[in-house]
Design a protein around this ligand. Structure first.
Ligand SMILES: [Zn+2]
Length: 499
């Protein structure tokens, strides 16, 4: 809590202040040992003198108040070191190495994205700091140490875009948890517009005009400008009827002052004349003719948010769609599979897995470009997962087990295109898609063991691990289901339907 004492110069009388503070201590239970005295516009000696009288310490600017630095220039990057250090401490190398990509993504979304929001809600972040924080998040996501450089397979911008875009990863808007979905949120935003001029103009240069989404919702009409605010259509009346605006005598008049007029011509320099002025005058009368004022105050309306009103998420969605490079369709995301498998499938869709051919394309030296399983063809992503004999056998086994006619899919897109056309219930389709994802994941694990493990993995075990792993994942992600192991083995279609 802050106690603000105002006194005039030369009125320093120790006894009076001491008695005042004693009275406050009794009433407010101030812990004097945890308190400090801070002087504003007072020399240090006087602050120390006061602190001695009260019996607490003296402090000076810059200082930390509720974790926020106060009294220093926050447009200087050096003053943001606290945040950078906090970020770095949460991103220790061992966490990046021990967590799966799913764990790292969850940590980034739940913790690391929230850390700077407290600071950002008070100070405008310098661009260099924003870039630094993004770079730290990116390094952590790809599993690297802060000082270590690792290969980036997917651009960070693409990872950041909404999962609603097919080629993106971010499951939901991080800021949506913090959205103030109330009218007050927009009021604050509109008040901040002045101080955010450079940011707003910067966005406008990129084709994002945030101000155009704000319009006035008329209540009693007292606080809205008749000519300048956008309140009865998508444009201000000044833009819609410029000829009549020119004739207006009081240009910054309120909506109330004009709507309450019996005769609108009484506030014009002269009667409208000529065809253009008459047409505009009639248009103006028609535009405002049906509007009635109420007793409520005027407020802001955010057209982008729809019925939900203003939200930071709606702004972020708009900005992201302009800035981040992503497609228009949603990323495939199967809730029966762990995040790490979904991220793996997402990378497979993008052809961003470290297959031997992909490594070679990035000038990484590899001993051979052949598929380690069949040694018959180049190890491309499509060969490994769909065209290799071993993969084909596994897809056939899957078709037999689920009693569906899976065609030969040359790539993952064909698999995803085929899925909606198969005649099974949506729930079963979701299960089949999950098992397909598990199959691809197990092929990748087998391939990695073949290359990196000291003991040779058994090909015969892959199918067993697909069946067992998919059962465990479906079961653990649907805790209330009564899926039995025997039922899963015998007839997964029936077992999924009875869940
Ligand atoms: Zn092969």
């Amino acid at each position: 809590m802050s106690l603000y004492i105002n006194f005039q110069q030369g009125s320093l009388s120790g006894g009076g202040i001491q008695n005042g503070v004693k009275s406050f201590r009794r009433r407010l239970r101030i812990n004097i040992h945890n308190s400090t005295v801070l002087g504003i516009g007072i020399v240090e000696e006087e602050v120390s003198y006061m602190a001695n009288i009260i019996g607490c310490g003296a402090s000076k600017f810059p200082l930390k108040y509720l974790g926020i630095p106060v009294g220093c220039n926050m447009s200087r990057c050096s003053n943001w070191n606290v945040i950078i250090q906090k970020f770095s401490s949460k991103l220790s190398a061992w966490k990046a190495r021990l967590l799966s990509v799913g764990g790292r993504l969850s940590l980034i979304r739940s913790v690391l994205s929230s850390l700077p929001i407290y600071f950002m809600s008070i100070y405008l972040t310098p661009v260099a700091i924003r870039k630094k924080l993004e770079s730290l998040r990116n390094k952590f996501f790809i599993g690297g140490d802060i000082c270590e450089r690792k290969m980036t397979w997917v651009k960070w911008d693409q990872c950041l875009a909404s999962k609603k875009r097919r080629w993106s990863l971010n499951r939901e808007y991080i800021w949506s948890q913090h959205r103030p979905s109330f009218q007050v949120g927009l009021e604050i935003f509109m008040q901040l517009l002045g101080s955010l001029d450079s940011s707003i103009n910067g966005l406008k240069a990129k084709g994002i005009d945030l101000v155009s989404y704000c319009s006035r919702k008329i209540g009693n009409g007292a606080d809205s400008s008749f000519w300048y605010d956008t309140w009865c259509d998508n444009q201000s009346l000044k833009v819609m009827f410029p000829r009549i605006y020119n004739l207006e005598t009081v240009k910054d008049c309120s909506v109330a002052s004009r709507l309450n007029l019996q005769d609108l011509t009484s506030v014009l320099r002269r009667h409208p004349r000529g065809e253009m002025e008459s047409v505009q005058f009639d248009g103006l009368k028609a535009a405002i003719g049906n509007i009635t004022l109420s007793e409520h105050r005027d407020s802001w309306y955010w057209s982008l948010g729809g019925t939900n009103g203003f939200s930071v998420a709606s702004i972020r969605s708009l900005v992201d769609s302009h800035i981040l490079n992503a497609g228009n369709e949603a990323t495939y995301w199967n809730r029966s599979l762990p995040i790490k498998v979904n991220v793996f499938l997402w990378r497979l869709m993008l052809n961003r897995l470290p297959s031997r051919v992909n490594l070679d394309k990035r000038n990484i030296e590899v001993s051979s470009l052949l598929c380690p399983s069949c040694l018959d063809d180049l190890e491309t992503v499509n060969h490994t997962f769909f065209n290799c004999e071993m993969a084909k056998d596994l897809w056939l086994l899957l078709a037999k087990w689920w009693d569906v006619d899976i065609p030969v899919c040359g790539n993952i897109l064909k698999w995803y295109d085929w899925l909606p056309n198969v005649h099974i219930s949506p729930k079963t389709r979701l299960g089949l898609e999950g098992v397909g994802g598990t199959l691809l994941w197990c092929i990748w694990n087998y391939r990695n063991s073949l290359i990196f493990s000291s003991s040779l993995p058994k090909k015969a075990n892959i199918w067993d691990s697909i069946v067992a792993q998919s059962f465990l994942w479906v079961l653990s992600r649907n805790p209330n289901c009564n899926l039995s192991w025997i039922g899963w083995l015998k007839n997964p279609t029936y077992a999924m339907n009875s869940m």
